[in-house]
Design a protein around this ligand. Structure first.
Ligand code: MG
Length: 198
């Protein structure tokens, strides 16, 4: 079995292109991480206040005890429901450390137990979906409130998984993108994307 030279060249260029795109994405990730660090430092500065003006900062709690924006994650601008891993990380760690304890106060095992606990809650939701489907004669319709519950528990898994990765100093967004793209490149190299002459 031999590969047509033109197809082989196309495959090589495709792999080079994919590799270049991964490097460009990693550079973008570094830039996004730095932007996130700048935003986190600005938030920290805002909380500390300004000794020159006498401002004492906003503190951890805002008016009427509501959390300030230091404990809220905001969507990526222009994309209403999108959220960057970097923004989640900055706010997730800040909220944990302001309201609970330092991230390092829990071991890897402690954080993994928390992830597993939330996975268990997610499994409970899915189990109930199946049970109710059986009761209704295997209907595929899932109540909206159940979908919301499933979404909440899936979110809890990601939030704790991000804190586990923070404890291990792992950039979760970069790790997901790197691993995802590594598999895609392997598919480009070895997959059936280009025909092979025999
Ligand atoms: Mg939960």
């Amino acid at each position: 079995m031999s590969l047509d030279p033109r197809l082989a060249a196309m495959r090589d260029v495709s792999v080079q292109l994919a590799s270049a795109e991964v490097r460009a994405e990693m550079a973008e990730e570094r830039a996004a991480k730095l932007e996130s660090e700048v935003a986190a430092l600005r938030r920290e500065l805002s909380l500390l206040g300004n000794p020159e003006t006498g401002s004492t900062g906003r503190g951890v709690q805002g008016e009427a005890g509501h959390p300030t924006d230091s404990t809220l994650v905001e969507p990526v601008s222009g994309r209403r429901d999108a959220l960057s891993f970097a923004d989640l990380r900055a706010t997730n760690v800040a909220r944990c450390e302001e309201h609970y304890h330092p991230v390092d106060a829990w071991s890897f095992s402690d954080w993994l137990t928390a992830v597993a606990g939330e996975l268990g809650e997610l499994a409970g939701v899915v189990k109930n979906i199946r049970r109710r489907a059986d009761e209704r004669g295997n209907s595929h319709a899932i109540p909206e409130t159940t979908v919301d519950h499933l979404a909440d528990e899936a979110a809890d898994v990601v939030i704790y998984l991000d804190l586990l990765c923070a404890r291990a100093d792992v950039d979760l967004g970069a790790a997901v993108r790197r691993k995802f793209n590594r598999v895609s490149i392997e598919r480009l190299k070895n997959g059936p994307l280009l025909p092979v002459s025999r």
